[in-house]
Design a protein. Structure first.
Length: 153
């Protein structure tokens, strides 16, 4: 079936029919870090930390308490995280005391979301500022949390 009418054909022949065209312009943009990594063949990890807390115990897969200040009489501190969108990655919890790396726990993420934790056995003399960095599968720090490990007042 011919959908072009006789009057449309006449207008086209007379050069009176204007057909709109889309103007295409070139846009220059700077590639993002993730795009540069992808172009270089680097692994680009995805996902996020939905929850991150320090606790003195894990009970039934959940933190028993939530701490930002921990007495130096506590023998072990746990770092509990809920990871989303990270299935298949190996994520690290990097424990630092006063900036020095004290331990690194590697965790294979198997679920989405996945509730995972690591722990660090503490010594009473290790007082001061502690932090744990969550490092994704591409080596990027995606979250950092801190706590104070101090003698009781």
């Amino acid at each position: 079936m011919n959908t072009v009418t006789t009057s449309t054909k006449a207008l086209i022949a007379a050069g009176l029919l204007v057909i709109p065209t889309l103007a295409i312009s070139q846009v220059e943009a700077e590639p993002t870090q993730a795009a540069e990594q992808a172009m270089a063949g680097d692994k680009v990890a995805v996902g996020n930390v939905a929850e991150a807390v320090f606790t003195t115990a894990i009970v039934g897969g959940q933190p028993s308490d939530f701490r930002s200040n921990i007495e130096n009489s506590v023998a072990e501190v746990f770092f509990y995280t809920v990871l989303e969108g990270m299935t298949g990655q190996t994520v690290s919890h990097r424990w630092r005391h006063e900036g020095k790396v004290m331990a690194v726990a590697e965790i294979d993420v198997k679920n989405d979301p996945d509730r995972v934790w690591s722990s660090n056995k503490m010594k009473p003399e290790w007082t001061g500022s502690w932090e744990v960095e969550v490092v994704d599968g591409s080596g990027q720090v995606i979250d950092t949390q801190s706590f104070a490990f101090e003698a009781p007042l």
